[in-house]
Design a protein around this ligand. Structure first.
Ligand SMILES: C[S@@+](CC[C@H](N)C(=O)[O-])C[C@H]1O[C@@H](n2cnc3c(N)ncnc32)[C@H](O)[C@@H]1O
Length: 364
């Protein structure tokens, strides 16, 4: 189990960071503040360019001058220097007195193939298929329709299926993100109480593998779209849990495995509007044995002006799939409509919460 700092220390640090951010804003003239906010995409694209060029891997053995970095990655020396200098200004890479660039702790996470690498996530966020729809956020706000459909020319999931390169980028990022908040989930919830754990829309099976690691006596069932089944099998085998798993290809709108005592849906419902989310939940409820537990892993939008990643992620859902992030009360209403009763919400020290529910047993 990963060692985490105590929850009260993390909460105090978060409160302090929020206060410092607010202070930083108030110390700058409003026009400077706005300029900084509106030019945030420059940092996104600088980090993305460094990620695509594989610069962090080249610097893994120690600092190098820009022209040596350029020779290693096959880029032009002067623009490479300017990119490194800009990244150093954002705290990624550090220039030493000899003019050589080295890794900062943040840049370490840009390396490939390390257990804590954020490279897949950076490559997804900076991709033109990701940035393009964000550039048309206003279209989503005006029409209520995902701007991704306008920009990509088709719904998001069709785009993923038809573009294997982007699909690999997207699914690798999802796999990394599943692992990122796992240590905070693992300490917040006891999975050993269950014998058959079903992960609905479980992607590559990253989360299921982690859960089965924490619940060594449990079996796992992964439900996913046909297109992901091959990769999921590979991941579950590599994680050493395939023998305890079954993979069911199918749609969570129509089918669900019927032998679980825990049904996990991690960041699935946020892809959908309330009508579709209710259909998925009602379908899961129809297939699950009575007495089984439902566990949603989602961000819960806090009230008021409290800064929270869920508020940005909510826009992401609006743009790409027409989904939304929800408040605790909205989750309770959704669950009630689908025939569940919310039993508790377990916060974690990351941005994800665990929303537990049981079937009310009534007919829908
Ligand atoms: C946002 S991802 C979440 C993946 C995973 N639960 C995680 O937390 O990393 C949503 C997942 O739902 C899957 N999905 C989308 N539509 C589906 C459907 N109709 N039936 C089953 N899975 C579906 C996608 O392939 C994708 O893996």
């Amino acid at each position: 189990m990963t060692r985490l700092p105590p929850a009260r220390v993390v909460r105090a640090a978060t409160t302090l960071r929020t206060a410092l951010q607010s202070l930083t804003q108030r110390m700058a003239p409003p026009e400077v503040c706005l300029l900084e906010l509106a030019s945030g995409f420059m940092a996104t694209q600088a980090v993305y360019a460094a990620a695509r060029l594989g610069i962090a891997d080249v610097l893994a053995n120690g600092p190098l001058a820009a022209h040596d970095v350029a020779a290693e990655v096959g880029s032009d020396p002067d623009p490479t220097y300017r990119l490194l200098r800009a990244c150093a200004g954002f705290g990624i890479f550090r220039e030493d007195p000899q003019g050589r660039f080295g890794l900062t702790p943040v840049a370490e996470r840009l390396r490939s193939g390390t257990s804590d690498s954020m490279l897949p996530v950076v490559l997804m966020l900076g991709d033109s298929a990701y940035q393009g729809p964000w550039g048309q956020l206003a279209h989503s706000v005006e029409t209520g329709m995902p701007s991704a459909e306008k920009v990509l020319g088709m719904p998001m999931w069709d785009y993923v299926d038809e573009h294997p390169g982007f699909a690999a980028t997207f699914n690798d990022a999802m796999t990394r993100l599943s692992a990122l908040d796992w240590p905070t989930v693992e300490v917040a919830y006891d999975f050993t109480r269950y014998s058959t754990i079903v992960d609905i829309g479980g992607g590559h099976g990253q989360l299921l593998a982690l859960i089965l690691g924490a619940a060594p006596s449990a079996k796992g069932v992964l439900q996913e779209r046909e297109a992901l089944v091959g990769d999921a099998e590979k991941h579950l085998r590599a994680a050493g849990v395939l023998a305890r798993c079954r993979i069911e290809a199918g749609s969570f709108f129509e089918n669900a495995p019927s032998d679980g005592d825990l049904y996990v849906l991690r960041r699935v419902l946020h892809d959908f509007d309330d009508g579709q989310a209710t259909t998925i939940l009602a379908n899961v409820r129809r297939h699950m044995p009575s007495g089984a537990t439902l566990l949603l892993m989602e961000s819960v939008v806090p009230p008021g002006n409290t800064p929270h990643f869920a508020k940005s992620l909510d826009l992401d859902m609006m743009i790409f799939v027409g989904g939304r992030e929800r408040t605790e009360r909205e989750f309770a209403t959704l669950l009630d409509r689908a025939g569940f009763r919310m039993t508790r919400v377990v916060p974690t020290i990351s941005t994800i919460s665990l929303i537990e529910a049981i079937s009310t047993g009534g007919r829908l």
